[in-house]
Design a protein around this ligand. Structure first.
Ligand code: NAG
Ligand code: NAG
Ligand code: NAG
Length: 394
């Protein structure tokens, strides 16, 4: 089964979620700037990641323990958001929890769980005022013990999902989401898990991701360091504009080429790196400029900003997309260009770049991240990329 458009693109597209949140909910708190420990990063601790694969690599997830005794959840490590959200056993099928394959957290059997009796809700989607599917979930703020990679944090705030749109995590094995963004306050309240972890365990403020295509496997997240065995050559670091909490590659984002030919004028000069977005997102003008360079028959398929082409053309398409950042080209190979048959439009295949209404930034998602080793250096506000054994030849 192919994922629906919403599943492929926006289920975890927390960049979009985050931007909506800023305008929808709680005013941002002013916090003193935290003095990050500047010790150099060591090897860190590794967490193996599984690949939620439905004919394309959708998401990479690992195991998180919550409660006493620990209850285990498969969570997506999402650099585009800051909240920790897991399903609650209080969420019924009537409240949208229809996936029978997934586990839910039972706070009744965890004596350390504390119900803060405060509700939270998040909504994300692809447009305001158009009748499209909007994914949302809501629930109760709790605190409990949370463990990851052998580190344990007590009284961590987390959002239990008690109500959701039935398509929230699609029909995947994914259960929750853990925000790995820069922002030091979570929209559900409290300090995000990543930041609590770094501060309380005095870890170097850095993590690294080895996201891989399914055929390669062995995907891995490293907390507090860099796994030198997973990359080749030196790491190219790009400065991050972290003001709004995103991994925003601003000055380092230079140009995009299609089959070796530069796209003449990009409408924005920055891109957000988001491990929670499966594919690529771009402003409509840029997406259309790129598609025009590949094949004239690629058209917008729906108002959510999905594009596609007649599947009979797929084998003829050559679409190597190269993004130059910090002077180094990063390549998305041709085989990533088609993300699958488009639901509800027999014979049409969906293409790599999506452009939901109102999106005026680039999002670099899994389609690129899975071909490079990435180092997310919070302390030094920089994002590094290095080649791996499976990186495309430049
Ligand atoms: C948490 O407290 C609220 C308010 O008292 C209650 O409605 C809710 O059922 C409690 N538990 C969960 C899992 O939400
Ligand atoms: C990213 O950085 C650019 C340039 O510094 C800025 O204009 C833009 O608002 C930022 N975008 C987000 C979503 O943080
Ligand atoms: C490409 O578009 C043209 C013009 O709309 C159309 O005549 C042609 O059949 C299309 N080709 C395919 C394979 O869809």
């Amino acid at each position: 089964m192919w994922c629906s458009v919403a599943e492929c693109l926006f289920i975890f597209s927390a960049v979009v979620q985050g931007i909506r949140l800023e305008s929808l909910t709680v005013p941002l708190e002013q916090r003193p700037v935290y003095q990050w420990r500047t010790a150099s990063a060591g090897p860190g601790r590794n967490i193996p990641l599984g690949d939620a694969f439905q004919n394309i690599d959708l998401q990479w997830f690992g195991t998180l323990d919550v409660g006493t005794p620990p209850q285990k959840f498969s969570v997506v490590f999402d650099t585009g958001s800051t909240d920790l959200l897991i399903p609650s056993t209080a969420c019924t099928p009537q409240a949208g929890c229809v996936n029978t394959k997934t586990r839910a957290f039972n706070d009744k059997i965890s004596p350390t769980a504390k119900n803060l009796t405060r509700r939270w809700s998040v909504t994300w989607g692809t447009g305001v005022g158009v009748s499209v599917t909007q994914e949302s979930c809501s629930g109760q703020v709790f605190t409990d013990t949370v463990s990851l990679a052998g580190y344990t944090i007590k009284d961590q705030s987390l959002g239990l999902i008690t109500k959701q749109t039935p398509t929230l995590f699609g029909n995947t094995e994914l259960e929750g989401i853990i925000g790995m963004g820069f922002k030091r306050s979570s929209s559900i309240g409290g300090t995000p898990f990543l930041h609590t972890l770094i501060e309380k365990q005095k870890l170097p403020p850095i993590f690294s991701m080895y996201l891989t295509p399914k055929a390669i496997g062995n995907a891995q997240l490293t907390i507090g360091g860099i796994d030198e065995s997973k990359h080749q050559g030196k790491i190219n670091y790009l400065p991050i504009e972290a003001g709004r909490g995103y991994w925003n590659v601003s000055t380092g984002f230079q140009k995009i080429a299609v089959n070796g030919v530069d796209v003449s004028e990009l409408s924005v000069k920055y891109a957000i790196a988001d491990s929670g977005t499966s594919n690529m997102v771009a402003p409509a003008r840029d997406a259309m400029a790129i598609y025009a360079m590949i094949h004239k028959n690629i058209t917008m398929l729906d108002r959510r900003g999905a594009f596609g082409v007649d599947c009979s053309l797929v084998t003829q398409l050559k679409a190597v997309i190269t993004i130059t950042m910090g002077g180094v080209p990063y390549t998305i190979p041709t085989k990533e260009f088609i993300v699958g048959p488009f639901p509800g439009r027999p014979g049409m295949c969906q293409t790599l770049i999506n452009s939901p209404k109102g999106v005026d930034f680039w999002i670099i998602g899994g389609s690129l991240l899975k071909y490079y080793y990435s180092v997310w250096d919070i302390g030094n506000r920089k994002l590094g990329f290095a080649t791996t054994a499976h990186s495309p030849q430049a």
